[in-house]
Design a protein around this ligand. Structure first.
Ligand code: PGA
Length: 249
């Protein structure tokens, strides 16, 4: 049985007061769901949030990392640093990183390798743009994005990773994929991996992301191949995030 997971990607939101209020609200309302709950604050608030969630079951994730461990890489944050301050997870290859910061499949694979080497669990994002969906090449795009990490690190590496299917057209737009649309891509992903290793495919958690909210979470997460959510906008309100966790667990 795959444990469900709900991760809140705070993106570049919040200052000290807001972050304080959000994490306290989440902690106060979190009452031991069977789903795994993860928060992903901006880098500078990671130590603060780590201290706030210490002793609770809530887990910590970064939103990005460098593919190098140490050295002259101005402005970058390394895997050993994230481990040092208590991260268990790291979001990688988010579509905003791919689209706005030039992260190619090759860069994504390099970061994926660095995360695994540092015992961080990648939440590795894949997904097609609207144009790609309209051209009917969704599966080819997803396959290419998965091949980038499987070719480099092997299918066995997915035993220590989580995938997040996030159709780019659904991120921050209020346009959620329908449960059928999402399930169809999730099934494609699991079948593709099953072609390489049935056991890995069966245990791999595949999250859905893209305008998931308290109103649509339960139906999405009820799909057989959807194992939880990567939540952007709705993770910035404690009550909404908690409602999604409860819908999952
Ligand atoms: P959204 O973002 O929930 O605001 O659409 C999801 C994400 O980008 O991870």
């Amino acid at each position: 049985m795959r444990q469900k997971m709900v991760a809140g990607n705070w993106k570049m939101n919040g200052t000290t007061n807001g972050v304080h209020e959000l994490i306290r609200g989440i902690k106060a309302g979190f009452n031991g769901s069977s789903a795994e709950a993860v928060v992903c604050p901006p880098f500078v608030y990671l130590p603060f949030v780590a201290a706030e969630i210490a002793g609770s079951a809530i887990k910590l994730s970064a939103q990005n990392m460098c593919d190098q461990d140490v050295g002259a890489f101005t402005g970058e944050i390394s895997g050993p640093m994230l481990k040092d301050i208590g991260c268990e997870y790291v979001i990688l290859a988010h579509s905003e990183r791919r689209a706005m910061y030039g992260e190619t499949d090759e860069v994504a694979a390099s970061k994926y390798a660095a995360a695994l080497k540092n015992n961080l669990i990648p939440i590795f994002c894949i997904g097609e743009t609207l144009e790609e969906r309209e051209q009917d090449i969704t599966e080819a795009v997803i396959a290419r994005q998965i091949d980038a990490i499987v070719d480099a690190e092997g299918v066995a590496s997915l035993a220590n990773a989580v995938l997040a299917y996030e159709p780019v057209w659904a991120i921050g737009t209020g346009k959620t994929a329908t449960p059928d649309q999402a399930q169809s891509v999730h099934a494609f992903i699991r079948n593709k991996i099953a072609g390489l290793d049935g056991g890995i495919a069966e245990s791999l958690r595949i999250l859905y992301g893209g305008s998931m909210n308290p109103a649509n979470a339960a139906e999405l997460i009820a799909q057989p191949d959807i194992d939880g959510g990567l939540i952007g906008g709705a993770s910035l309100k404690a009550d909404d995030f908690l409602a999604i966790i409860n819908a999952a667990g």
